[in-house]
Design a binder for this molecule. Structure first.
Ligand SMILES: CC(C)(COP(=O)(O)OP(=O)(O)OC[C@H]1O[C@@H](n2cnc3c(N)ncnc32)[C@H](O)[C@@H]1OP(=O)(O)O)[C@@H](O)C(=O)NCCC(=O)NCCS
Length: 123
């Protein structure tokens, strides 16, 4: 019982959450997103805090590079719910977090819940 409570509190520890990160599409892949992420993870590390976020398909790769780990996936049944197909073949995140949840089926958009551990691993 004590172990469960301890685990729950550890899991629910208040920590910074990245709510939104976006660059103008004409200015992507120029390093702005990485610079902002660097600032955020350095701040978290200076406070020995873990951080969390929900990664869109296009943000997932960047977060992986900054040490974020897969926690869970949110598979949104876009085609079934709204009748929209990925006819343009854009990135719907099907290959993200495969080791955790397998490949997302066609017609599904996947976001990934991610956590970056605190620099001090005991937090
Ligand atoms: C995610 C995002 C903020 C990254 O910003 P950025 O300034 O383009 O990022 P950087 O130039 O620092 O690139 C860092 C990495 O991001 C990833 N990345 C950037 N743009 C990407 C795109 N359009 N598609 C897929 N990955 C992309 C790449 O892994 C890149 O590394 P690389 O050197 O291998 O290309 C930007 O792509 C964006 O605004 N996307 C749309 C909004 C969105 O989905 N935001 C995430 C919400 S969780």
């Amino acid at each position: 019982m004590i172990c469960s409570l301890h685990e729950a509190l550890r899991t629910l520890t208040c920590c910074p959450v990245l709510s939104l990160l976006a660059c103008n599409p004409t200015r992507q892949r120029l390093g702005a997103g990485s610079a902002l992420l660097q600032w955020g993870v350095e701040l978290a590390d200076s406070l020995s805090l873990p951080t969390r976020l929900e990664a869109s398909p296009s943000g997932y790769g960047a977060y992986k590079k900054f040490g974020y780990e897969d926690i869970d996936v949110v598979d949104l049944k876009v085609t079934e719910t709204w009748g929209v197909t990925n006819s343009a073949g854009s990135n719907w995140g099907a290959n993200n977090a495969i080791s955790l949840a397998g490949r997302a089926p066609d017609g599904v958009m996947r976001t990934v819940i991610m956590r970056r551990p605190a620099k001090d691993a005991s937090v």
